[in-house]
Every structure is written in C-alpha cells, then in structure tokens.
Design a protein around this ligand. Sequence first.
Ligand code: MTE
Ligand code: MO
Length: 380
Amino acid sequence: MKAPEEPRFTSALHDDRTAAWLGIALGVTFTICFTTGLWSHIQQNPPAWFDPIARPAGLYRVTQGLHVATGIATIPLLLAKLWVVYPKLFRRPLFSGVASVLERLSLIPLIGGGIFLLFTGLANINLWYPWPFNFRTSHYWVAWITIGALIVHVGAKLTTTRAAISRRAGAVGEAPAVVRASTVDRCRFLTLVAGASGMLTVLTVGQTVRPLRKLALLAPRRPDTGPQGFPVNRSAVAAGVVTTARDPDYRLVVEGNVRHRLELSLDELRALPLHRAVLPIACVEGWSASREWRGVRVRDLLERAGAPADARVRVHSLQERLSYASSDLDPAQAHDVDTLLALDVGDDPLHLDHGFPVRLIGPNRPGVNQTKWVTRLVVS
Ligand SMILES: Nc1nc2c(c(=O)[nH]1)N[C@H]1C(S)=C(S)[C@@H](COP(=O)(O)O)O[C@H]1N2
Ligand SMILES: [Mo]
C-alpha cells in the first residue's frame, strides 16, 4: 500500500518567523488579559488576604476595559497564528523525543483553552450563556490552565523564536530573491492581522473610552445609551422588583450588630445629609460610564445605628431571584466618604432600572457589586 502523501503548503507565510512575531503579540495580549482577569476576580470577591483599594476610584474601569479589549484584539491574532502553524500538524515524525511529546501535548490545553476563553468571554459580554456551567468559575480555571500551557510553550519555543526573529534576509542556504519576496508578503500579512485587531479594538473600545463611543459599532453597549444616559445591566422587570421598589411602604433597614436598628422611609432618608460623588459604573463585561451620584453616606447610617468602627456590611437588594442580589463592604469601604446609598443621578431620582429608590455606589468597585434596589444593610 502506498503511504499517504504529505500535503503540500505553498504559502511562504507558514514559516517560523511569521509564527514567531504572532507568538510575541499573543504572548503580550494574553499576559495583559490574564493579569487583568485575575485582578477582576479578586476585586469581585476579595479573599481574606486582600484589602481592596479604593483609589483611584476608576482603576477597575481601566483594568476591566483592558481585559475585554485585549481579549477582543486577540481574536484575529489567534486565528492568524493557527493558520500559520497548522501545517506542522502534518509534519512527520509527529514527535521526536520526550521534550517534543510534552511540547506537542501542551498545545491541547493551550489552543483549547485559548479558544474557550475567547469564546466564553465574547459570549459573556453579549449576555449570551449557551452553556450549563458557571461562566466565572470556568473562565477563571481555564485561564490558569491556559497560562500554564503558555509558559511551557514559550519555554519550548524560546530558541526557535529567537533564531527566527534574528535571522537575516539572505542567510546561508536561502535565495535572496525568495527571502525578499516573502519578507514583503510577511509584512503585508502581519499588517493585515494587526489592522484587523486594531479595527476590532476601535469598533468596541468606545464602550468604555468615552471619546470613542460614537465608533463603538460592534460593542454590545454604548456608555451613553440607556435611561438617564447610561446602560442598564439588569432591568427592574428582569429582577422582579417593579412592585416592591415602587411600594410606598418601602423601608431601608440597618440591622445586625448595631445598638439601634434603623428603619427609614424614603422621605426620612432624603432628610439626612446628602453628599455627591462622581464615580463610574464599571461592568465586568467591559463597558463603563461615569456619573455624579447623590445620596446618604453608608458611614453616616452606621454611626446613627451605633455600629462598631470595624463593621462589615452586607448590602441586600429587594431582588429575590437571580444573582447579584447582595454585595459586601469591608470596614474601609463602609467608612469611605464616597460610599453612598445613592438616591439621585445628578439632580434626578434614580431611574427604576438603575436601582430606584436606593442603590449602592462606591469607589473602585466592580459593577456587579454596586447593588441596586437596596433595602437592608446587615452589619457584622
Ligand atoms: N440587585 C442588583 N443589583 C445589580 C445588578 C443586579 O443584577 N441586581 N447588576 C449589577 C451589575 S452586573 C452592574 S454592571 C451594575 C449596572 O448598573 P446599571 O444597570 O444601573 O447600569 O449594577 C449592578 N447591580
Ligand atoms: Mo455588570
């Protein structure tokens, strides 16, 4: 029987040098995406060893904007890289020694993980969850697996990459004319890929970079669109709070480890000293919008209730189903001058979809922790 012929790949672009440049670009975007992702993870549920920092108040807005933007920019880079290197799958022998077996096997979590992360991330920012598992947990753990495989891959490819990048045109054994032609091709190809990546960035990053908002044609949200001029994450209808939020018997309760339990009507809340703070809503999905909020300081309420100075607070919403119905304030956040139970955006009462009658807003908190339709603070 005749052995199957190895397929032939005619494009000069399936070479080590093109692969090396794309690999470097991917290494950069993946590293930014990974570190900003870890940062987001610990911001959302700070572990015991980590004290969230409150200033700059818009830091999370920048890191999460970068996380989503680098993820999007990676898509053309990864597709190009896969196209450049796929002929290697047909190279024989497939393995040449233990190191090559390990290197090849690490491609499975590397490519699989990379595709998984980009796909789930992209679906998530479009509020599409076509899977039965928890997005956050799986995105987080697959990121660790992928970065592990990436480290193995970079280690294994370091020498090849260095050699491929430093090789001069016209090196021994290469016909100068051929090399020159393919250098031009390679530059064109890499420019095309970089252009696609840049284009995707420009058409989406306006979801968080305000001056570019008009260009955010591919972004799922625009920062200036929605009631009161900014997006809504979950509406009052979706959260099932339309009736309870409008109920004239609404009360804000402060209880738990306090000397005097408070139960305040909306009028009583409004009669307290009100403060203003300019703070962004910075959603994990990459959009953000800054607003001036006006409301009661959480620390003033804690003081009235006679809470201890190191009080932690769990902030509960009227929302009874689905996620994000509560969030936590550590002692520093609870006592921050800008941590407000906001009643107004600018000079107008909050829109029902933005958390009327009362929402939590604090400096440098991920959007998911800016709880809307607040009704109860439990002090511990
Ligand atoms: N009760 C409650 N609060 C919530 C949410 C929610 O689903 N339920 N979503 C959070 C998320 S993910 C974000 S990004 C912000 C968005 O606030 P906005 O809808 O007013 O823009 O609200 C947060 N507060
Ligand atoms: Mo969000």
